[in-house]
Ligand binder design. Sequence first.
Ligand code: HEC
Ligand code: HEC
Length: 151
Amino acid sequence: MKIRYAILALAVMTLGAQAAERNIATMRGKTPIEVTANPPRMPQVQNLDVRRPRDYPMQPPTIPHKVDEYQVDLNTNKCLSCHSRRRVEESQAPMVSVTHYMDRDGNFLAEVSPRRYFCNQCHVIQTNARPMVETTFEDIDAILGRKTKRQ
Ligand code: HEC
Ligand code: HEC
């Protein structure tokens, strides 16, 4: 039993050391365990009102404005007060696309489908936080561009 715990402890320590090396997965960073770490500054929500590019056609666009205190529950949907079909003239917000009116069988409903009611399930704000890990994602256009050049 004791040996098992020792192995477990060793595994945890090794993982901890690895995480510290890469400086991820721990908010403590390089601060030693007995010192209180200075918490990083809270990231700011980007509120530039400029629509961002989409990385692929099916990507839910990210939200280019603040959504603090925008209530979305059974009785109220603050997002739809600007983004619904009848509100866009007044708000000048882009209308939710037609997919938001489709049920799972592809029928078009008169109202936004319950599947697309909780907007924040798919649409997210962006902050100015530094990415914790790098990404190697490439846009399909970049890949296709490389291919055509080679031919
Ligand atoms: C007060 C009106 C208003 C409210 C409320 C609002 N929006 Fe917006 N939204 C806009 C406007 C206007 C734009 C166009 C860009 C801009 O001005 O920020 C926009 C842009 C967007 C976009 C980008 C669309 C694209 O094609 O890139 C998304 C996604 C979005 N809003 C989602 C939401 C969600 C989710 C909520 C609720 C949590 C919400 N919005 C609440 C007015 C609003
Ligand atoms: C299940 C995921 C999902 C939910 C929930 C959802 N959306 Fe979307 N939304 C998407 C996807 C995917 C797209 C891009 C492709 C498309 O139009 O279907 C999109 C596109 C949009 C666009 C851009 C439309 C355009 O024509 O440029 C707006 C604005 C938007 N959504 C707002 C909302 C709002 C407001 C809600 C809540 C009432 C909502 N969405 C709920 C997935 C979702």
